[in-house]
Design a protein around this ligand. Sequence first.
Ligand code: IMP
Ligand code: MG
Length: 191
Amino acid sequence: MDFAGWLLLADLMHEDVERVLITEEVIEKRLGVIAKKIQRDFASEEQLQVVGILKGALVFMADLLRRVPLRLEIECLNVASYHGGIESTGRVDFLDQKLPEVKGRCVLLIDDILDTGQTLEAVSRRLIKMGAREVKTCVLLTKDKPRATEVEADYSAFKIEAEFVVGYGLDYGGRYRNLPYVGVLKPNVIK
Ligand code: IMP
Ligand code: MG
């Protein structure tokens, strides 16, 4: 069988998606706007340290930061709060042995989504404790719901309803991060 024939038979992840919430084209346009804001706001910053929260921020930060022509430095840190389900557990685990060096620096913290707010809150607090001069936060999505802690993102690309979404970095059970759009899964896919 040729490649095209094989593709038609393959069980593609798109089949698990009930509806597309934010298309690739819309994301792309919005990233341009956010990138310009970041470029303008941090233009005078000599040592802008970007810290991305893995793995959710991976796709978003790669696309966003290529549009920001500042001399920034990129670090990542690994944090878990969902532990595979569709509800935040409220427990934020730092999975790295060593955290990025941020002493005296201005940090732009990037995550995929602001949900209960506990992740951004816990990581910001930790970075400040480690000596960061200032921490600004940036997310692709903000869920429209009350937060467990008083935290809002300084930069947010889209506001969405309080429902479980996947794609563009966001996963369900480790999958769907590579969907090029943000979407909602079919109910039968979620166990
Ligand atoms: P928070 O600490 O409750 O704000 O949750 C933030 C983390 O939960 C994000 O970094 C995501 O990894 C995960 N998360 C929250 N909502 C969703 C969702 O709708 N889909 C997939 N992951 C989510
Ligand atoms: Mg995450």
